[in-house]
Design a protein around this ligand. Structure first.
Ligand SMILES: *Cc1c(COP(=O)(O)O)cnc(C)c1O
Length: 426
């Protein structure tokens, strides 16, 4: 569900014409519908209506502070995976007690920041990490609330690079190890085990693996209760699917939750959900302008001004995104590879796409770009990163300015690199 629509063939984001926004802010440009983000928070919390819950928006999907602030104002929390995201979430007004800290390889300094921020819990990834959390907590004299991240060894049936709950991935602890982790916490003054967590992957398009994984961790939760380890939180992670095409039938938040309902309903716990993509993916589009049409012997390339540095999902995951002209005119269609200006053969936004005939200067919109779009962008090929615009009704807000050449130089230095040095290296 989103608030992009067409009127007389022209693409609108809520009440704003996309081509008008682009005239003002140029391309490539990320444009987001705030109403879509809020709507997704609504449907997510409605899905949990009968269950005590907290939605912790997964910041890495799109960590622009504007979206974190929307989350804060909505009453949601955040799932962060670095000290940087933690600081952004706090700055956006999300209180520490609504933030969970996930991810492999947390530095002591990040753990320290999390504890000082009064975080809800840290998801421990391994026994060595748990030992480090304990050491930091002891040093600070702040008890560390922890959840053990369990690797349920369930295939989420998604792209291998976004599957995280299989034995062969680096995430979480197998059940046996997880039990050891809870035993380790017992009698540790500075460790406070409050939860159990999982996150099996992203774009999990079926309820079944989600249910299977949740059953496993809830089973473990119950076993722990028998040993008087009473946890307050069951963190079911994120990974709910976003709709990439209007036509495909994917689970609704209600489907994911109702599948878990019987497992969860009588437990004295608060459920934590960490959706990222399902909240923000459909809220964003990437608008790009056609630079040239280039024909080879076997293909027709539509060369656009957005590259893999702006949007890496097709190159990284083979992700397929809907691409359409911003202004749709009736007419015949042609097959294009939509490619960017970056010097890599993997620099494409879409391959073999049937598009109405386009020419230099035309605008294309790539849909479902709100999650893992800007947040995965880079300056590769020394390309300044794009601006981001958020729309609410008839109003639009520049939530990030376009980078300039000065931004590319920021932080770099040639101090000490002089002729004498180079001569001496000959
Ligand atoms: C990335 C991540 C999420 C969010 O995943 P989505 O597919 O965007 O919903 C949630 N929890 C953890 C621990 C993550 O690493």
């Amino acid at each position: 569900m989103d608030y992009f629509h067409r009127k007389n063939g022209e693409l609108f984001c809520e009440d704003m014409k996309v081509s008008d926004i682009v005239r003002r802010y140029r391309t490539p440009l990320y444009i987001y519908s705030l109403k879509t983000q809020v709507h997704h928070f609504e449907v997510t919390s409605r899905a949990f209506r009968d269950i005590p819950h907290l939605i912790c928006y997964a910041a890495k999907a799109n960590s622009n502070i504007a979206f974190l602030k929307t989350a804060a104002l909505y009453g949601a929390g955040a799932d962060v995976v670095s000290g940087g995201e933690l600081q952004l979430a706090l700055k956006a007004g999300i209180r520490g007690e609504r933030i969970v800290f996930s991810g492999v390889g947390k530095e002591d300094s990040e753990i320290e920041l999390a504890l000082k921020s009064g975080i809800l819990f840290i998801c421990a990834e391994s026994l060595p990490e748990l030992e480090r959390i304990e050491a930091v907590a002891r040093k600070l004299k702040i008890p560390a609330p922890v959840a053990v991240r369990v690797n349920p060894d369930i295939d989420p049936e998604t792209h291998p690079y976004i599957a995280t709950g299989l034995k062969k991935t680096k995430f979480g602890m197998a059940e046996k190890e997880a039990k050891k982790a809870y035993v380790f916490c017992q009698g540790k003054k500075w460790l406070n085990p409050v939860g159990i967590s999982m996150h099996i992957g992203s774009q999990v398009e079926k309820v079944r693996p989600y249910y299977a994984a949740a059953s496993k961790i809830i089973g473990l939760y119950k076993k722990l209760r028998k040993q008087s380890i009473n946890l307050k939180y069951i963190d079911i992670g994120g990974g709910w699917a976003a709709h990439f095409e209007r036509k495909n039938k994917l689970p609704h938040p209600d489907d994911y939750v109702s599948a878990l309902y019987d497992l969860l309903k009588e437990l004295p716990v608060t459920v934590i959900a960490e959706p990222g993509r399902s909240i923000i993916a459909n809220a964003g589009i990437l608008v790009t302008r056609v630079i040239d049409i280039k024909k080879s012997e076997i293909k027709r390339f539509c060369v656009v001004d957005a590259g893999m540095n702006d949007f890496i999902r097709p190159a990284l995951y083979g992700a397929v995104h809907r691409i359409e002209p911003v202004g749709l005119k009736p007419g015949s269609k042609t097959t294009y590879d939509v490619v960017g200006p970056v010097c890599e053969s993997s620099d494409f936004l879409g391959k073999g796409l049937r598009l109405p005939r386009v020419k230099r200067g035309d605008l294309l919109a790539l849909f479902t770009a709100g999650a893992y779009g800007w947040s995965m962008s880079s300056n590769y090929n020394s390309r300044p990163r794009t601006a981001e615009i958020a729309v609410a009704g008839k109003r639009c807000f520049m939530i990030r300015r376009r980078e300039t050449a000065a931004d590319l130089l920021r932080g770099q230095s040639v101090k000490g690199i002089d002729r004498k040095l180079i001569e001496g290296l000959k």
